[in-house]
Every structure is written in structure tokens, then in C-alpha cells.
Design a protein around this ligand. Sequence first.
Ligand code: HEC
Length: 75
Amino acid sequence: MFEPYVQEVLSLKGDMNKGRAIFKTNCAECHGLQADGSVGPSLHQVHRHKFKIKLIHQVTSGKTPPMPKFKPSFQ
Ligand code: HEC
């Protein structure tokens, strides 16, 4: 099965406001404030080629430099 972190993330309900705040602080610098791409690619269509588990791995693994490894906590 998946690692506990992934399971926990999958069990959560999305929260747009928290997500936006986390994105602004940690991701917008590379992916753009509207996630339309800058140093990192645009994320607008990313759900078409990467699904939940792959997306979580992309963000938490740190395997695609220069994108760092993130493990946001749930508080
Ligand atoms: C230092 C710059 C940087 C930061 C900060 C960053 N990224 Fe990235 N991100 C990248 C780059 C560069 C890629 C392309 C990596 C590759 O595919 O080799 C990428 C790829 C991705 C992808 C996959 C895109 C695709 O089309 O497959 C996702 C999803 C993603 N980032 C989400 C995030 C999220 C969410 C955050 C914040 C938690 C974040 N990134 C922060 C640079 C960054």
C-alpha cells in the first residue's frame, strides 16, 4: 500500500483557501501566481497526465530539481 503520508493526504478534503496560501508561499515563485508557469511548468493541465498519487510524489519527493521537497503539515 501507499506510505502513511500519501494515505493521509488522500483522506483529506481539499481546502481552497489553505491551498492558495500554501501555493503562494511555496510554489508561486517557480510556477507563477496563477500557476501558469515560470521557472517551473504551468500546472493548469497537470491533472490530465498526473493523477493524485503521482502529484503527491512529485511534490514530496524532491526528485525533479530544482523543485525542492515539500511535505506540508496538516495544521
Ligand atoms: C524552485 C522552483 C520550484 C518550486 C519552488 C516548486 N516547483 Fe514544482 N516544478 C519545478 C520544475 C522545474 C518542475 C519540472 C520538473 C520536471 O518535470 O523535471 C516542476 C514540476 C512540478 C509538477 C509536475 C508538472 C508536470 O507537468 O508534470 C508539479 C505538479 C509541481 N511542480 C507542483 C509544485 C507545487 C505544488 C509546489 C509547491 C508546494 C512546487 N511545485 C514548487 C520547479 C519548482
